[in-house]
Design a protein around this ligand. Structure first.
Ligand SMILES: [Zn+2]
Ligand SMILES: [Zn+2]
Length: 240
């Protein structure tokens, strides 16, 4: 799981010159997508919901709650994503998560860093970066926790402490088939603070790969706040 040593990477790149992750077009070193594929990546642009980043069409003239946030309490201050989890972005994230293509984290991390440039996050200071945990059985099955890989990289990049303070205690079935109310019920009690983890007074940046409805991030935020964290902001590489 560790990145290949540099000499090995240069040897590999001689054998396999860098190519676009999607269409295999030749690329410069350090690039992952060709210009054409890059142009198809969907950026989230205003207007969008300040709380959950859900974009929508039309001009917004006054305060509103988007359909995703209306009639429920979300326990994070806001959840920021800069890209839509569609098309190429979705494809890359699925290959990273389920296809064991761990090298794709370099590309996904760029999308996550774009979220941190958002004005809702860029001037904030954080004391800890906490990944959304996977259930241990699922992590064994997958070989890694994608959120933890992204959070660890970010922690090194920002020099903010990586703190895997949460534990997933219910092996919930895949959430995608559920509506929002079912997801929230399904998640209640799914997370707890790890033994000896201390999050009191911490300003937390919570990390996941994709935000779908925000229920998972909200439930994690609820547990962290109950344990004494003073604020929870969330960032994901993409948003459904
Ligand atoms: Zn391409
Ligand atoms: Zn919203």
């Amino acid at each position: 799981m560790n990145a290949a040593p540099d000499f090995l990477r240069s040897a590999v790149s001689l054998l396999y010159p860098p190519a676009c992750t999607i269409c295999s077009a030749a690329l410069d070193h350090g690039e992952y997508l060709c210009a054409e594929c890059e142009s198809k990546v969907q950026r989230i642009v205003p207007p969008f919901c300040a709380k959950c980043s859900e974009p929508f069409h039309g001009a917004i003239t006054n305060e509103f709650a988007c359909a995703n946030c209306a009639h429920r309490k979300l326990h994070f201050e806001n959840a920021v994503s800069a890209y839509r989890a569609r098309g190429i972005v979705r494809h890359v994230i699925l290959n990273f998560k389920y296809g064991r293509q761990i090298h794709l984290r370099h590309l996904i991390v760029r999308w996550l860093v774009a979220a941190l440039d958002d004005e809702r996050l860029c001037d904030r200071r954080f004391d800890a970066i906490i990944p959304v945990p996977l259930h241990p059985a699922r992590e064994r099955e997958r070989g890694f926790n994608q959120a933890a890989l992204l959070a660890e990289w970010l922690s090194a990049h920002l020099s903010v402490r990586f703190l895997p303070a949460l534990q997933r205690i219910h092996y919930t079935t895949t959430q995608t088939a559920f509506d929002r109310a079912e997801r929230m019920r399904n998640l209640r009690g799914a997370f707890r603070l790890r033994k000896k983890a201390d999050v009191r007074e911490l300003r937390v940046l919570l990390i996941d790969d994709v935000l779908t409805t925000g229920s998972t991030l909200s439930e994690c935020a609820r547990v962290l706040k109950k344990a004494g964290a003073c604020s929870i902001h969330a960032a994901t590489a993409a948003r459904a």
